[in-house]
Design a protein. Structure first.
Length: 468
């Protein structure tokens, strides 16, 4: 029998979502849980994850002693190599999704220098863990703010170095925005005014009862995502996981409303899911050491499976478009910075969207049957699909993919610590900061912990950036 909330709660809506654009982030216990979801359900969260003061997958290995010791204070070393081996073994056995799904993920890692709850060294171990599965160029590390153990914003909360309820600190840094832009790429400016979407308190009892979960959770749905045919294509989904002592029973909706995510979601068609632990959870934490289930970090873990079911429900809306997939997609006209993509017309289509990998290349609907994609890197290969769009803005299925390569020589990128860049001659040190050769860009602190990707654009000329 399903649990009925003490007050009326809505059913979680079924929306039209692009399921290739699902991501997750979390703080503290929510950070550990975000890693668990990212790795165990990597087919679902293949787009990536943001982690604030978390640690490697299965860090506690089912032990609360490990959880509170090596995984938080790092009182002993974390056996990262063993955790990587466990991950691969579980994937081979089907307990978690194949690790190959992580190859295309983007990851953002944040640790405050004043965080004495989950030590920055634990996050360094998480970076090492991810290095076995995610390309280094896809990982961003931010670890130079004197933040306490908290979710960081640029305008809300306690002073930056604080570690106290509600664990939301004003450090003059928009962490939610930084994570979302790492995961999704360039976004529209955030909405700093009144939000145009809707907060929904939904019934979590439809997905799980007990197991440390609250009766209700929260979601934020931008106005553009509330209909069955959102203009410009389907919306994205980002799952946000609170930390210990941060659920609605502890701090109300402060984590749901005041952590900065909603402002970016509102202008970028990102639906936000805020699942909630309940009073039955140890310290209101997510289960990342086994207090509820021995299978806590596998797909069969009760909390894990419940969140996955919520994600599936949100993405179960059916697009109204009844259009065929375009055929005959091909590339031509290559230059050092552009390719022409062409296709056959689809009956009933009002226009078309062209996707470079999973990212839409055109800013406005393409009326004809070809599109020139410019601003590309020289000597690089790109893959394209095309979707027909109906008069309501709903997309049909994707075409078969077509690849093409630009002319010229590919750019070369180097990802390393700022100290390593200077020893390799790609940067110099000045006043404790690393400065890129040629461009003179400030790369941040000159140390072995701050990681930067430099792109070489000429002889001894480097800029901060990434290669395709």
């Amino acid at each position: 029998m399903l649990h009925t909330p003490a007050h009326a709660a809505s059913a979680l809506p079924a929306l039209v979502l692009d399921k290739t654009q699902t991501t997750v982030s979390g703080l503290s216990a929510g950070g550990f849980m975000a890693v668990q979801l990212h790795v165990a359900y990597s087919a679902t969260f293949a787009k990536g994850a943001g982690v604030v003061a978390g640690g490697p997958f299965y860090c506690a290995e089912g032990s609360v002693v490990n959880a509170t010791g090596r995984c938080m204070t790092r009182s002993t070393s974390i056996p990262v190599a063993n955790l990587v081996s466990t991950t691969k073994s579980w994937a081979s056995s089907g307990f978690i999704d194949p690790v190959a799904n992580l190859q295309g993920s983007k990851v953002y890692l944040f640790s405050g220098t004043a965080d004495n709850t989950v030590k920055p060294a634990v996050m360094n171990d998480l970076k090492t863990y991810y290095a076995s599965f995610v390309p280094a160029a896809n990982v961003v590390v931010k670890n130079n703010l004197a933040a306490g153990h908290a979710m960081v914003t640029d305008d809300t909360g306690a002073s930056c170095g604080t570690t106290a309820s509600p664990y939301i600190n004003n450090c003059g840094f928009d962490l939610a925005g930084a994570m979302l832009q790492q995961l999704y790429g360039t976004l529209n400016p955030r909405n700093n005014g009144a939000l145009g979407g809707s907060f929904i308190e939904y019934d979590q009892g439809a997905f799980i009862t007990g197991h440390g979960m609250a009766a209700t959770g929260w979601a934020y749905v931008p106005a553009a995502c509330s209909t069955g045919s959102p203009a410009g294509g389907a919306c994205k989904l980002h799952v946000v996981l609170h930390g210990c002592k941060q659920n609605a029973a502890d701090i109300g909706t402060q984590y749901v409303r005041n952590t900065g995510y909603n402002r970016w979601a509102d202008t970028n068609k990102i639906v936000l899911l805020y699942p909630q632990t309940g009073t039955g959870a140890t310290n209101s934490c997510w289960d990342w050491w086994g207090y509820d289930s021995a299978n806590y970090s596998k797909k069969s873990g009760p909390q894990m499976a419940a969140i996955k079911a919520m994600v599936d429900r949100l993405g179960s809306g059916t697009p109204p478009a009844n259009l065929a997939a375009p055929t005959g997609v091909a590339t031509s006209g290559a230059t050092a910075s552009s390719l022409v993509i062409s296709w056959g017309t689809v009956s009933g289509a009002a226009g078309y969207n062209v996707y470079r990998a999973a990212t839409r290349a055109n800013s406005t609907l393409v009326a004809g049957s070809s599109y020139t994609d410019s601003g590309l890197a020289s000597g690089s290969t790109y893959s394209y699909t095309v979707r027909a769009v109906d008069a309501n803005g709903a997309e049909g299925p994707a075409s078969a993919s077509a690849t093409g390569s630009t002319t010229g020589t590919a750019a070369v990128c180097f990802t390393a610590s700022n100290y390593a860049h200077t020893t390799a001659g790609r940067a110099t040190q000045s006043g404790g900061y690393a400065i890129a050769n040629g461009s003179g860009q400030n790369m941040g602190l000159w140390n072995t912990f701050t990681t930067t990707t430099l792109k070489q654009t000429g002889p001894n000329y480097y800029v901060i950036g990434t290669c395709p």
